[in-house]
Design a protein around this ligand. Structure first.
Ligand SMILES: Cc1cc2nc3c(=O)[nH]c(=O)nc-3n(C[C@H](O)[C@H](O)[C@H](O)COP(=O)(O)O)c2cc1C
Length: 202
Protein backbone atom coordinates (compact mmCIF):
# COMPACT_ATOMS: atom_id res chain seq x y z
CA UNK A 1 0.00 0.00 0.00
CA UNK A 2 2.85 2.32 1.02
CA UNK A 3 4.78 1.60 -2.17
CA UNK A 4 1.59 2.11 -4.23
CA UNK A 5 1.24 5.53 -2.63
CA UNK A 6 4.92 6.25 -3.31
CA UNK A 7 4.51 5.30 -6.99
CA UNK A 8 1.43 7.49 -7.27
CA UNK A 9 3.33 10.37 -5.70
CA UNK A 10 6.22 9.90 -8.15
CA UNK A 11 3.75 9.88 -11.06
CA UNK A 12 2.19 13.12 -9.83
CA UNK A 13 5.62 14.75 -9.55
CA UNK A 14 6.48 13.53 -13.05
CA UNK A 15 3.21 14.80 -14.48
CA UNK A 16 3.94 18.19 -12.92
CA UNK A 17 7.45 18.17 -14.33
CA UNK A 18 6.67 16.91 -17.82
CA UNK A 19 3.34 18.45 -18.63
CA UNK A 20 3.88 22.15 -18.09
CA UNK A 21 0.63 24.04 -17.77
CA UNK A 22 2.41 27.00 -19.38
CA UNK A 23 3.06 25.30 -22.76
CA UNK A 24 1.83 26.56 -26.15
CA UNK A 25 0.91 23.03 -27.28
CA UNK A 26 3.43 23.03 -30.16
CA UNK A 27 5.77 20.01 -30.22
CA UNK A 28 8.85 19.07 -32.25
CA UNK A 29 9.88 15.48 -32.93
CA UNK A 30 13.57 14.63 -32.56
CA UNK A 31 15.63 11.96 -34.37
CA UNK A 32 16.24 8.87 -32.23
CA UNK A 33 19.44 9.27 -30.21
CA UNK A 34 22.55 7.46 -31.41
CA UNK A 35 23.33 5.22 -28.42
CA UNK A 36 26.49 3.61 -29.77
CA UNK A 37 30.03 4.68 -30.59
CA UNK A 38 31.78 7.83 -29.51
CA UNK A 39 35.10 8.32 -27.77
CA UNK A 40 36.06 5.76 -25.12
CA UNK A 41 34.69 6.96 -21.78
CA UNK A 42 38.08 7.23 -20.05
CA UNK A 43 39.44 9.38 -22.89
CA UNK A 44 36.41 11.67 -22.73
CA UNK A 45 36.87 12.13 -18.97
CA UNK A 46 40.58 12.74 -19.51
CA UNK A 47 39.86 15.50 -22.06
CA UNK A 48 36.78 17.17 -20.50
CA UNK A 49 37.09 20.95 -20.12
CA UNK A 50 35.05 24.15 -20.45
CA UNK A 51 35.34 26.02 -23.74
CA UNK A 52 33.95 29.47 -24.55
CA UNK A 53 34.81 29.90 -28.25
CA UNK A 54 32.04 29.06 -30.71
CA UNK A 55 31.86 29.06 -34.50
CA UNK A 56 29.00 31.48 -35.20
CA UNK A 57 28.61 30.14 -38.75
CA UNK A 58 27.89 26.52 -37.81
CA UNK A 59 24.54 25.45 -36.35
CA UNK A 60 23.84 22.37 -34.26
CA UNK A 61 22.06 19.82 -36.45
CA UNK A 62 18.95 18.00 -35.23
CA UNK A 63 20.74 14.67 -34.67
CA UNK A 64 23.38 16.31 -32.47
CA UNK A 65 20.67 18.24 -30.60
CA UNK A 66 18.71 15.02 -30.05
CA UNK A 67 21.83 13.25 -28.75
CA UNK A 68 22.70 16.12 -26.40
CA UNK A 69 19.20 16.24 -24.93
CA UNK A 70 19.10 12.46 -24.57
CA UNK A 71 22.44 12.21 -22.74
CA UNK A 72 21.33 14.99 -20.41
CA UNK A 73 17.83 13.92 -19.53
CA UNK A 74 16.60 11.14 -21.79
CA UNK A 75 15.35 7.65 -21.08
CA UNK A 76 17.55 4.66 -21.91
CA UNK A 77 16.40 1.29 -23.32
CA UNK A 78 16.10 -0.04 -19.73
CA UNK A 79 13.44 2.61 -19.08
CA UNK A 80 15.84 4.50 -16.83
CA UNK A 81 16.77 8.16 -17.10
CA UNK A 82 20.34 8.71 -18.34
CA UNK A 83 21.09 10.15 -14.87
CA UNK A 84 20.12 8.98 -11.38
CA UNK A 85 17.74 11.07 -9.24
CA UNK A 86 17.12 11.01 -5.51
CA UNK A 87 14.26 8.60 -4.72
CA UNK A 88 13.67 8.54 -8.49
CA UNK A 89 11.91 11.90 -8.12
CA UNK A 90 13.09 13.00 -11.60
CA UNK A 91 12.49 16.54 -10.36
CA UNK A 92 14.46 18.59 -12.88
CA UNK A 93 13.62 20.15 -16.22
CA UNK A 94 15.70 20.87 -19.29
CA UNK A 95 14.86 23.70 -21.69
CA UNK A 96 16.27 24.77 -25.04
CA UNK A 97 16.33 28.56 -25.46
CA UNK A 98 16.07 29.84 -29.03
CA UNK A 99 15.62 33.32 -30.52
CA UNK A 100 12.03 32.37 -31.42
CA UNK A 101 10.97 30.59 -28.25
CA UNK A 102 11.63 28.29 -25.33
CA UNK A 103 11.19 24.52 -25.55
CA UNK A 104 11.10 21.90 -22.80
CA UNK A 105 12.71 18.52 -23.49
CA UNK A 106 10.23 15.74 -22.77
CA UNK A 107 12.59 12.80 -22.08
CA UNK A 108 10.03 9.95 -22.05
CA UNK A 109 8.56 11.27 -25.32
CA UNK A 110 12.01 12.25 -26.67
CA UNK A 111 10.56 15.43 -28.16
CA UNK A 112 10.50 19.15 -27.56
CA UNK A 113 7.41 20.90 -26.21
CA UNK A 114 7.14 24.63 -26.80
CA UNK A 115 6.75 26.62 -23.61
CA UNK A 116 6.61 30.16 -24.99
CA UNK A 117 7.48 32.31 -28.01
CA UNK A 118 10.02 34.45 -26.14
CA UNK A 119 13.73 34.98 -26.81
CA UNK A 120 15.19 34.47 -23.32
CA UNK A 121 18.82 34.16 -24.44
CA UNK A 122 19.56 37.84 -23.57
CA UNK A 123 18.76 36.99 -19.92
CA UNK A 124 21.76 34.61 -20.04
CA UNK A 125 24.16 37.02 -21.77
CA UNK A 126 26.18 38.36 -18.84
CA UNK A 127 29.37 37.28 -20.61
CA UNK A 128 30.23 38.34 -24.17
CA UNK A 129 30.91 34.88 -25.60
CA UNK A 130 27.38 33.66 -24.80
CA UNK A 131 25.81 35.34 -27.82
CA UNK A 132 28.12 33.37 -30.15
CA UNK A 133 26.82 29.96 -29.04
CA UNK A 134 24.28 28.33 -31.37
CA UNK A 135 22.74 26.16 -28.61
CA UNK A 136 21.53 27.28 -25.20
CA UNK A 137 20.30 24.84 -22.55
CA UNK A 138 18.65 25.91 -19.32
CA UNK A 139 18.31 23.62 -16.34
CA UNK A 140 15.65 24.12 -13.68
CA UNK A 141 14.45 21.95 -10.82
CA UNK A 142 11.08 21.42 -9.26
CA UNK A 143 12.03 21.73 -5.59
CA UNK A 144 15.05 21.45 -3.34
CA UNK A 145 15.05 17.64 -2.97
CA UNK A 146 18.32 16.93 -4.73
CA UNK A 147 17.38 18.89 -7.83
CA UNK A 148 20.70 20.71 -8.11
CA UNK A 149 22.60 17.42 -7.88
CA UNK A 150 20.48 16.01 -10.69
CA UNK A 151 21.22 19.03 -12.86
CA UNK A 152 24.95 18.48 -12.18
CA UNK A 153 24.73 14.89 -13.39
CA UNK A 154 22.91 16.03 -16.54
CA UNK A 155 25.37 18.75 -17.49
CA UNK A 156 28.35 16.48 -16.85
CA UNK A 157 26.86 13.96 -19.30
CA UNK A 158 26.61 16.82 -21.81
CA UNK A 159 30.24 17.79 -21.14
CA UNK A 160 31.37 14.23 -21.87
CA UNK A 161 29.24 14.02 -25.01
CA UNK A 162 30.66 17.35 -26.22
CA UNK A 163 34.20 16.14 -25.58
CA UNK A 164 33.48 12.99 -27.56
CA UNK A 165 31.99 14.95 -30.50
CA UNK A 166 34.56 17.77 -30.50
CA UNK A 167 31.98 20.37 -29.40
CA UNK A 168 32.73 23.31 -27.09
CA UNK A 169 30.63 23.74 -23.97
CA UNK A 170 30.57 25.61 -20.67
CA UNK A 171 28.10 25.49 -17.80
CA UNK A 172 27.15 28.89 -16.39
CA UNK A 173 25.49 30.24 -13.27
CA UNK A 174 26.05 33.88 -14.26
CA UNK A 175 22.49 34.44 -15.54
CA UNK A 176 19.40 36.40 -14.52
CA UNK A 177 17.71 33.57 -12.62
CA UNK A 178 14.83 35.64 -11.28
CA UNK A 179 14.18 37.21 -14.68
CA UNK A 180 14.19 33.80 -16.36
CA UNK A 181 11.85 32.37 -13.73
CA UNK A 182 9.46 35.28 -14.21
CA UNK A 183 9.54 35.24 -18.03
CA UNK A 184 9.01 31.47 -18.10
CA UNK A 185 6.14 31.70 -15.60
CA UNK A 186 7.76 28.97 -13.55
CA UNK A 187 5.76 27.95 -10.48
CA UNK A 188 6.97 29.18 -7.08
CA UNK A 189 8.58 25.82 -6.20
CA UNK A 190 10.73 25.77 -9.37
CA UNK A 191 14.26 27.23 -9.45
CA UNK A 192 16.45 28.19 -12.37
CA UNK A 193 19.84 26.53 -11.77
CA UNK A 194 22.30 26.90 -14.67
CA UNK A 195 22.67 27.67 -18.37
CA UNK A 196 24.89 25.66 -20.75
CA UNK A 197 26.33 27.07 -24.00
CA UNK A 198 27.21 24.60 -26.74
CA UNK A 199 28.72 25.07 -30.19
CA UNK A 200 31.37 23.93 -32.60
CA UNK A 201 34.78 25.37 -31.69
CA UNK A 202 35.91 28.48 -33.53
C1 LIG B 1 28.03 25.56 -11.02
C2 LIG B 1 28.97 26.17 -12.03
C3 LIG B 1 28.77 27.47 -12.45
C4 LIG B 1 29.63 28.03 -13.41
N1 LIG B 1 29.35 29.29 -13.88
C5 LIG B 1 30.13 29.80 -14.86
C6 LIG B 1 29.79 31.06 -15.44
O1 LIG B 1 28.83 31.73 -15.07
N2 LIG B 1 30.58 31.52 -16.44
C7 LIG B 1 31.66 30.81 -16.90
O2 LIG B 1 32.33 31.29 -17.84
N3 LIG B 1 31.99 29.61 -16.38
C8 LIG B 1 31.25 29.09 -15.38
N4 LIG B 1 31.54 27.85 -14.87
C9 LIG B 1 32.65 27.07 -15.45
C10 LIG B 1 33.86 27.12 -14.53
O3 LIG B 1 34.45 28.40 -14.60
C11 LIG B 1 34.85 26.03 -14.96
O4 LIG B 1 34.27 24.77 -14.83
C12 LIG B 1 36.12 26.12 -14.14
O5 LIG B 1 36.83 27.29 -14.41
C13 LIG B 1 37.03 24.93 -14.37
O6 LIG B 1 37.35 24.86 -15.75
P1 LIG B 1 37.12 23.49 -16.55
O7 LIG B 1 35.61 23.22 -16.58
O8 LIG B 1 37.68 23.75 -17.92
O9 LIG B 1 37.81 22.41 -15.81
C14 LIG B 1 30.73 27.29 -13.91
C15 LIG B 1 30.95 25.99 -13.44
C16 LIG B 1 30.07 25.42 -12.52
C17 LIG B 1 30.31 24.01 -12.07
Amino acid sequence: MRSMFKNLLTLCVLAGALLPSWGTGETKALPAPVMTGGMPLMEAIAQRHSARNYDTTRAIDDQTLADILWVAWGVNPQGKRTIPTSRNLQNMQLFVLTPTGTWEYDGPGHRLVKVNDKNLIPLCERQDFVKNAPLHLLYTCLDDRGGENHVGSAYQNVYLYCTSRGLSTVIRAMIDKEGLKREMNLPENHSVIVHQCIGWPR
